[in-house]
Write a protein that binds this ligand. Structure first.
Ligand code: ADP
Ligand code: MG
Ligand code: ZN
Length: 650
């Protein structure tokens, strides 16, 4: 993909401008992931349509404008130098508030000055985007009719028709979608559930990296159910309503009770929901009060009202445990980065209304952008349209897509991971190593799925699912888990050589060590250590107990460490044995992972034996999740740390 050079030559000025815009965009997004940056032309258009109630002037020079649109999304733009926004909006039903004094001097720095010098180009591009979008969507929609009347509540209520997102607009995250379907049904006819005394979901936490479609999905639930969508971002509770966070929460729920059945959506919930009292120097009272109020409100209704609370975060681990208790956000729905088939379908969704040249092959495009999120793909579709517009063409060609992909990937540091071909190969072998050990180690839990799509810091993963509820582990099963843990690293070593191995296995090594430690210190699965519970004494020791209070001797401690080492070594040897004996199967699985990116458990078995899959790589793998009654297919939010639970993804 290096059509870029040619294109840059043709439109050098544009290239620079777009590049800078993207950079600014990215740095802004680090601080406020929910902000949507729009060209000024679009911003004004929205204002004139009545999409905003209030516009804030921000930035040191007062030329940054921010407003909440009718979906509660923060829209950000900049006023061009020769423009007077007050004149433009005089007589319109929108308040303009100057808050630029609030912004510290350093906030509007180098970037915005660069921005200003490049404004003419930026405007032109903005105008083109405006034309393209305007062309396909058309005006209408109406916006919130209330205008300034009736107070300045930022929590807005929308008619069902205003939330026009549907499930069909959300592509490539089928598992998450399936889990939320039930909620739609409940919102449509709550009576059906309450009559039978069924336990009704009260809330779900959408967990996943930025841009994967969490907000989109929440809107789709409301859109599908035809109920109002009340949304508020967690960071707004703490930033925009300083001193009023708790009151805002109360108002939000009051409004929800009036509008029920409805959806409350709290974006970036980690901004308020972080572990209480965890901060250095006593924590943040304001935030804690807001969080407490949220907990009170969530407990305050019994689930028959028809209010469902969805929240989004990319860090479920830092949330206060109280939020994840039963009756609150007791369901976590994982929204991951899309795999190849997901990317194909997301791209198709975003190309629905764009003119596409006959040479365009969506599968080829999707294959070239591993690690792209839904938002990246939406961006890709738009960039490609820009390329075409610049050429003066009226259809987007394959070359446009390639140029756009190059540009996005070369753009500033990106938050989402983009894997190089080499990383992808290494990950494929790593995961294939885990998978093969899970297939071949006697007593290993059946393999459920393997993927080389990055997720939560890991480059790929293998998931196993024990059959039925596991209440105990046999020694054999424990050894198998150790072998599976080491399968990844061992495969890397065998295929790429000892000095090419990566740090990617650190999580595996951690799991293996924890497993071996439990075997020795808690479960009595080591002959030398015997069936003695050492765990608590060891913990005491680690915490620095000395002298007589120490209940475990230095010698014993050393022996335990040796036993742990012995067990982990044994696991590694088992993995080496398996991968050597079945090297051909390792290759088969890795090749299939490179081709398909995600494989189901039964697919792995087929390809390991040298079979071929009939599935087209652009189709998703079959869902083989066992669905128990009423489990909703979700992971329990409160992780008890019980070691009998299914093995962690590796
Ligand atoms: P998140 O809330 O997870 O950060 P958003 O829902 O705000 O992500 O996604 C931003 C935009 O990216 C969406 O408005 C949509 O255009 C696009 N997008 C993201 N995920 C998907 C998806 N799964 N299917 C279709 N479009 C998507
Ligand atoms: Mg979002
Ligand atoms: Zn691993």
């Amino acid at each position: 993909m290096s059509n870029m050079l040619k294109n840059v030559g043709l439109v050098a000025a544009f290239a620079v401008a777009v590049h800078l815009i993207m950079k600014t965009d990215a740095s802004e997004q680090t601080t406020r992931p929910s902000a949507e940056h729009k060209p000024y032309t679009q911003f004004i258009d929205m204002a004139l349509r009545g999409d905003f109630e209030e516009i804030e002037l921000r930035g040191q020079d007062g030329r940054e404008v921010r407003a909440l649109d009718s979906n509660g999304t923060l829209i950000v733009s900049r006023i061009p130098v020769n423009e007077n926004i007050m004149n433009r909006l005089y007589g319109e039903r929108v308040d303009v508030v100057d808050l630029s004094a609030r912004d510290k001097p350093q906030e509007a720095g180098f970037m915005s000055r660069l921005f200003l010098t490049l404004l003419p180009a930026a405007l032109l591009i903005g105008f083109m985007m405006f034309m393209m979008r305007g062309g396909m969507k058309g005006p209408g929609g109406g916006g919130g009719g209330g205008g300034l009347l009736g107070g300045k509540s930022m929590v807005k209520k929308f008619n069902a028709r205003d939330c026009d997102v549907r499930f069909e607009d959300v592509a490539g995250i089928d598992e998450a979608k399936a889990e939320l379907m039930e909620m739609v049904d409940f919102l449509k006819s709550p009576g059906k559930y309450t009559r039978l005394g069924a336990k009704i979901p009260r809330g779900a936490l959408l967990v996943g990296p930025p841009g994967t479609g969490k907000t989109l999905m929440a809107k789709a639930v409301a859109g599908e159910a035809g109920v109002p969508f009340l949304s508020q971002s967690g960071s707004e509770f703490v930033e925009m309503f300083v001193g009023r966070g708790a009151a805002r929460v109360r108002e939000l729920f009051e409004e929800a009770k009036k509008s029920a059945p409805c959806i409350i959506f709290i974006d970036e919930i980690d901004a308020v929901g972080r572990q209480r009292g965890g901060g250095v120097g006593g924590g943040n009272d304001e935030r804690e009060q807001t969080l407490n109020q949220l907990l009170v409100e969530m407990d305050g209704f019994d689930g028959t009202e028809g209010i469902i609370i969805l929240a989004a975060t990319n860090r479920a681990d830092i949330l206060d445990a109280a939020l994840k208790r039963p009756g609150r956000f007791d369901r976590q729905v994982h929204v991951g980065l899309p795999d190849l088939s997901g990317r194909v379908r997301i791209l198709q969704t975003h190309l629905r209304n764009k003119p596409i040249a006959p040479d365009v092959d969506v599968k080829v495009i999707a294959r070239g952008v591993p690690g792209f999120s839904g938002a990246d793909l939406a961006n890709l579709a738009n960039e490609a349209a820009l390329f075409a517009a610049r050429r003066g063409d009226n259809a987007i060609t394959q070359a446009d897509f390639e140029g756009a992909a190059d540009r996005i990937m070369m753009g500033a540091e990106r938050k989402t991971m983009i894997m190089t071909e080499q990383e992808k190969r290494l990950t494929a072998y790593h995961e294939a190593g885990h998978a093969l050990c899970a297939l071949r180690a006697p007593g290993a839990d059946p393999i459920h799925k393997a993927t080389i799509i990055p997720r939560g810091g890991a480059l790929g993963m293998v998931m196993q699912l024990p059959e039925g509820d596991r209440v105990s582990l046999t020694r054999q099963q424990a050894h198998a888990r150790l072998a599976v843990c080491y399968g990844g690293r061992v495969a890397e070593e065998m295929v790429f050589g000892a000095d090419k191995v990566t740090t990617g296995a650190s999580g595996d090594i951690q799991s293996a060590t924890a497993m071996a430690r439990a075997m020795v210190e808690e479960w009595g699965l080591s002959d030398k250590a015997g069936a003695v519970l050492y765990a608590s004494s060891r913990q005491e020791q680690a915490m620095g107990a000395t002298g007589r209070s120490r209940s475990i001797s230095e010698v014993t401690s050393l022996m335990l460490d040796q036993e742990i080492r012995e067990l982990t070594d044994l696991g590694k040897v088992m993995a080496e044995q398996i991968l050597t004996d079945y090297r051909g199967e390792l290759e088969n699985i890795a090749e299939a992972l490179l081709k398909y990116e995600t494989l189901s458990g039964s697919e792995i078995k087929i390809v390991a034996q040298g079979g071929t899959l009939t599935r087209d790589p652009s189709q998703p793998p079959p869902d083989e999740t066992p669905k128990g009654p009423g489990t909703f297919g979700a992971t329990p939010a409160n992780d008890t740390g019980n070691d009998m639970r299914p093995p962690k993804p590796l």
